[in-house]
Design a protein around this ligand. Structure first.
Ligand SMILES: Cc1cc2nc3c(=O)[nH]c(=O)nc-3n(C[C@H](O)[C@H](O)[C@H](O)COP(=O)(O)OP(=O)(O)OC[C@H]3O[C@@H](n4cnc5c(N)ncnc54)[C@H](O)[C@@H]3O)c2cc1C
Length: 372
């Protein structure tokens, strides 16, 4: 049986483990921490097809969405095909959404523009004074607190899957017997194939393989509210997301006018997904200048709560938790960064703010290159 070695217990590494195990490899899965604690457990859990750039990126996202549906039916990860509503709070935003719903790939994305009454009919909790919404039926969500553990529980049903936490790879080499990583104590794991999926850990032994790679780190501020006291059927965004996501780059964005001062300063949009316990994960900001201070600033949360109050038409639950997270992002036309560092050995990172969304399709692109 051919052996696949996966470094990294985040969503990119774990999806590699899933796809490799399903294909019939014996999988050894290494993670430096006792439990992964990086971007993959700090995110919204959104599978966000709506914002993807037309062409190859959308194709990859739609393939990923298909794979998520399949994996979500087998693993307890809280997958739901809930779709999303991006809310237009004025006529200009609504006009741009009408353009979005007329894009040539709008049907593939599952776009439909709704007026306020149609939006409320779908989502009665959204009782604010907005104009309408862009619905996207292909968007979906998973539960970050369940995701990685749920996938590993599923992986345990494969007898040749081995999970190895607290193994920090510090060196890689390739020889005629295969691909190998070692830790600081000289412990070694080997495979016929290896995927090194270390997220935003760009340094250490990985640095030489990522030299010249167009990568940056991005830091986001996030929060969770108290339970809403009602069920939301969709994930929600505000129209600042039209400015942010590349799907909309050719639309009449100049109609939108200036973004609010706080949203501009913190490079923000509202994204909101209700968790299974009724709370709402909200965000986000974007910070690019390293080193990050990791300070949590209050102004973005005041802004998010005020946008939510407009959309819900009532006071929204208080914020109970705040945190931040950092992801690795490709800054070039490469949708994500893949480097073949030796025969059968890949470094894979840089999925950016859509790394969760794309993860199964990225893993599939690697595993398709591995033969049994
Ligand atoms: C706040 C926030 C919100 C986001 N929201 C979304 C969203 O809703 N939808 C979406 O699609 N994307 C979202 N993203 C992006 C997404 O979370 C990331 O792109 C994705 O999680 C990256 O996964 P990863 O496995 O590459 O990295 P990580 O999650 O960082 O995992 C890398 C793992 O590798 C381990 N590791 C590193 N070095 C070593 C080593 N030497 N040896 C062993 N193990 C090692 C680390 O400990 C870590 O567990 C968000 C990101 C953030 C920060």
């Amino acid at each position: 049986m051919k052996r696949a070695l996966i470094v990294g217990g985040g969503i990119i590494g774990t999806m590699h483990a899933v796809l490799a195990a399903e294909k019939g490899f014996a999988v050894t899965h290494l993670e430096r921490d006792m439990k992964p604690q990086s971007a993959s457990i700090r995110n919204f859990g959104l599978i966000w097809v709506s914002g993807r750039l037309a062409g190859a990126e959308l194709d990859l996202a739609l393939r990923a969405r298909e794979l998520w549906g399949d994996i979500g039916s087998k693993a307890a990860i809280g997958f739901r095909a809930n779709g999303s509503l991006t809310i237009a709070q004025n006529d200009a935003e609504y006009t741009v959404m009408q353009e979005a719903a007329a894009m040539s790939d709008a049907d593939r994305r599952g776009f439909r523009v709704l007026d306020r009454n149609q939006t409320i009919a779908l989502e009665p909790e959204l009782a604010g004074t907005y104009v309408g919404a862009l619905q996207c039926t292909t968007d979906a969500a998973v539960e970050p607190p369940l995701l990685l553990g749920g996938l590993r529980d599923y992986l345990k049903s494969f007898p040749d899957y081995t999970w190895v936490p607290e193994f920090e790879a510090v060196d890689f080499y390739h020889d005629e017997t295969g691909n190998h990583v070692t830790d600081i104590n000289g412990r070694k794991f080997s495979g016929d194939y290896i995927a090194i999926c270390a997220g935003a850990a760009h340094k250490g032994f990985i640095e030489e393989f990522l030299e010249q790679a167009p990568l940056r780190k991005v830091r986001l501020q996030m929060a969770a509210t108290a339970p809403l006291g009602a069920n939301l059927g969709h994930s929600i965004a505000d129209a600042d997301s039209l400015r942010y996501y590349p799907a909309f780059k050719d639309l009449s964005l100049d109609l939108l006018g200036a973004q609010s001062e706080i949203a501009t300063q913190y490079k923000m949009q509202l994204l909101l997904v209700q968790r299974l316990d009724g709370s709402m994960t909200i965000g986000d900001t974007h910070e690019y200048a390293e080193p990050f201070t990791h300070e949590i600033h209050e102004a973005p949360y005041d802004h998010l709560r005020s946008v939510m109050t407009n959309i819900f038409g009532r006071e929204v639950p208080r914020i109970e938790k705040r945190w931040d997270g950092v992801y690795s992002q490709s800054t070039s036309d490469e949708i994500y960064i893949r480097r073949e560092i030796a025969p059968g050995a890949h470094v894979v990172t840089g999925g950016g703010g859509r790394g969760n969304t794309l993860s199964p399709a990225i893993a599939e692109e690697t595993v398709n290159q591995w033969s049994l």
